[in-house]
Design a protein around this ligand. Structure first.
Ligand code: HEM
Length: 495
């Protein structure tokens, strides 16, 4: 009965009446060797939008319809507001002492409040405008150098976007003068890799042998120690500097300075110790990584879809070519409508965290009539929701930003967590608090790349053939590099 088909043109799923025991319909071998979000989407087409998999020893409910997603992240949000803590994550976060993986409770509430109110507010995001402009300008200069090279050279878009996001985040988080940039970035990359959850130690938690053989917990501990050591030294530098220049932080006050200020003068009703500060900074680095992933997909989709590229470029140049640079006020006021549609469409097809961050069922709840027991891990397949033909009837697999225009069928759908068919940032209490910070950089960088350059994929006669393979991991990035050729159209400031 649970095995209803829900493919193209299928009837809407009819729910079973009353309480319903979820049978285990799949296990690890159903997804082994495949991208988990794809494999789970295929299973859900056969078994329905609420299905129970047994991944190793971990009972995992996968949610694949907007109705079920609404129940998990809205109707029963509190019951699903905790996180499962695998052995690897526990080692990495010292038992869930950060924000992203913290169990639901007072500590999480306190740290999240500090992050939301003091660091990621609209006012603070705005204050980093000069940092974004500087770092985007640096990226544009390196693209302009490639465009000027005699033998036209390829621009490594992935490397450039990763550098842009890392440098912008680094400056916003800990200021300009970070001596440990390389170590920090290397360890953070490892942290993201290790926290994927699909490793043997996390899937068979009761087996000490598996844990010992995989060695992943040891690596996670070493990774956390390395990051914390670097953060200790950054904090020491910061405190010295704060003592020296008592006059104030200048134009841009970085996150660490804000947090140390709160720690020193106890100006909040909640105390903040040094460990709290380190984990908040750690999370901001870890959370930001996804920003470059989505920018890379946006550029790849625009290359594959020349008509969309033409429209987006024309809009950006109409708005900014006469000024010679992107102005964030116009972006933030939503004046570049098509660009916003491009961003939404990219998130629809390429949710950078395709299964969101796992939730834990704290209290038994019924989701679409199925009983979800306490202790179950719950994954919301945002990637599958974004491609479901039931919600995106016109070519769900195609990149068509026009669907978000008036009359396009999805004009009212946005990213803020109220439309459960488009939830790349999650929804409810655990929704991503970094969305405004991430989106500001995505829109600014994308507009600048299109304003100053035309872009070509060298050696690719038919752009629709651009390789779009995804890589395995907690974040769904493109597998292969994106090498593009920039052709300078609007001079880059400062050159
Ligand atoms: C394009 C960029 C981003 C995407 C797609 C993204 C996505 C997500 C998702 C899916 C979650 C889990 C939501 C849930 O469980 O419902 C999350 C949580 C989180 N994100 Fe982001 N994120 C992005 C950027 C950022 C940035 C820039 C920061 C920080 C500056 C950040 C910080 C966080 C934090 C701290 C959490 C944990 C929230 C909690 O558990 O209470 N994210 N993000």
């Amino acid at each position: 009965n649970n095995k209803r088909r829900r493919g193209a043109g299928a009837e809407p799923l009819r729910l079973p009446p009353g309480p319903w025991q979820l049978p285990v319909i799949g296990s690890l071998h159903h997804i082994a060797g495949r991208l988990p979000h794809r494999a789970m989407r295929d299973l859900s087409r056969r078994y329905g939008p609420v299905m129970l998999l047994r991944l190793g020893e971990v009972p995992t409910v996968v949610i694949s319809s907007r109705e079920a997603a609404r129940e998990v992240m809205k109707t029963h949000d509190v019951a699903f507001a905790s996180r499962p803590l695998s052995a690897t994550l526990s080692a990495m976060t010292d038992g869930g002492r950060d924000i992203i993986f913290a169990p639901y409770g007072d500590r999480w509430r306190r740290l999240r409040k500090v992050a939301v109110v003091e660091l990621l507010s609209a006012r603070r995001v705005l204050s980093f405008r000069p940092v974004r402009s500087d770092e985007v300008a640096a990226m544009l200069r390196s693209a302009a150098a490639k465009a000027k090279a005699k033998a036209a050279a390829d621009f490594d878009m992935r490397a450039a976007l990763e550098k842009l996001v890392a440098d912008t985040t680094m400056r916003a988080a800990v200021g300009d003068r970070c001596r440990h940039r390389e170590v920090l970035l290397r360890e953070l990359e490892l942290a993201v890799l290790l926290s994927g959850g699909f490793n043997p130690a996390d899937l068979w938690p009761s087996s000490r042998l598996v844990g010992r053989l995989s060695g992943v917990v040891g690596r996670a501990t070493a990774c956390r120690d390395a990051v914390f050591e670097v953060l200790d030294s950054i904090i020491k530098d910061h405190l010295e500097r704060m003592d020296m220049d008592k006059g104030g932080a200048g134009e841009v006050e970085d996150f660490l300075r804000v947090l140390l200020g709160i720690h020193k003068d106890g100006s909040l009703d909640v105390p903040l110790d040094m460990d709290d500060i380190k984990v908040i900074i750690f999370d901001i680095f870890a959370g930001s990584e996804t920003t470059s992933v989505v920018l890379e997909w946006a550029m790849a989709e625009l290359i594959r879809n020349p008509k969309s590229m033409e429209r987006a470029t024309a809009e950006v140049r109409r708005a900014f070519a006469s000024r010679g640079a992107v102005a964030e006020d116009a972006l933030m006021a939503g004046e570049l409508r098509y660009l916003q549609h491009v961003v939404r469409e990219t998130f629809r097809l390429h949710a950078p965290v395709p299964l969101l961050v796992p939730r834990l069922c704290q209290e038994p709840r019924r989701v679409l009539g199925y009983d979800v027991p306490r202790g179950t891990t719950v994954l919301v397949n945002a990637w599958a929701l974004g491609r479901d033909e039931g919600y995106w009837p016109k070519d769900p697999e195609e990149f068509r930003p026009e669907r978000f225009e008036e009359g396009g069928g999805a004009a009212a759908v946005d990213l803020r967590g109220a439309n459960f068919e488009l939830v790349p940032f999650g929804s409810g209490r655990r929704m991503c608090p970094g969305m405004p910070f991430g989106l500001a950089l995505v829109e600014h960088a994308l507009a600048a790349l299109l304003l100053h350059f035309d872009w070509e994929a060298p050696g690719l006669a038919d752009p629709t053939k651009l390789d779009m393979t995804e890589e395995f991991g907690i974040t769904a990035r493109r597998k292969n590099d994106l090498l593009l050729r920039p052709i300078l159209r609007v001079p880059v400031p400062g050159l």
